[in-house]
Write a protein that binds this ligand. Sequence first.
Ligand code: ZN
Length: 201
Amino acid sequence: MTLPLHGYAAFNRLWTALSRTVRATPDLAGFARWPQNARFSPRPPAPVPATRQLAGWTEGTAPETAELHHGARMVAPLAEWRLAYSEADAGAHMLANYGFFELAGTRGHFLAEGVRAYLAYWGPGLHYDWHLHEAEEIYYVVSGQALFEAAGEAPAMLGPGQTRAHAANQPHAMTTTDQPLLAVILWRGEGMNGSPRMGRA
Ligand code: ZN
C-alpha cells in the first residue's frame, strides 16, 4: 500500500486545525499574515527518536488543544523531522528526546512565504539550553508544560493555549516538567531561513 501524496489527508487535517487555532489566538493571528491556500508539497518521511514519543503520547492532553495534538500525532510518522543541532552542541540526550518538523514554510510540508510554522516536541525533564536566532519567534503550547526563560524577562511556566514571543537575537531557554512538551513555533522576519545556535549572546 502506498500513501497517496505522502499522507495528504493527515497533513491537511493538521493544517486545518492549526489555521483554526491561529484565527482564534490573537497573539498568533497578529504575528504574521497567515498563508491562504498554501500548497501541499510532498516530502519524504524522516523520523527521529522523538517521533515515536509524540506518536504514542495519548495521556494528559488538554481539551482545548486536542485537535492540534491529535493531528500532530497522526502526522508524526509521515513528517520530515529535523534536529537543529549536532550532538556536540546539544548533547546526545537532547537529540534522542526532541525534534521538529516544518509544517509550512519555504521547505515545509505546505509551501508558504512570509512565515514558517513548526511543530516541535521535547521529552520530559529536558533542558533546552540558552540559544538564539535572528528570526522573530512565537511559541504556542499545545500540550504539556515547560518553564520558559528569556534574557530580560521573568521566567514563566506555560501550558496549553499559552504563548511566548522572542525578539530577534533574544537569548532564550526552556525546561520541560515531568511531562513532554508539544508546541507550535512560528518564525518571521530577517533570518527566517537561518538556524538557531546555542549560546547566550
Ligand atoms: Zn527560539
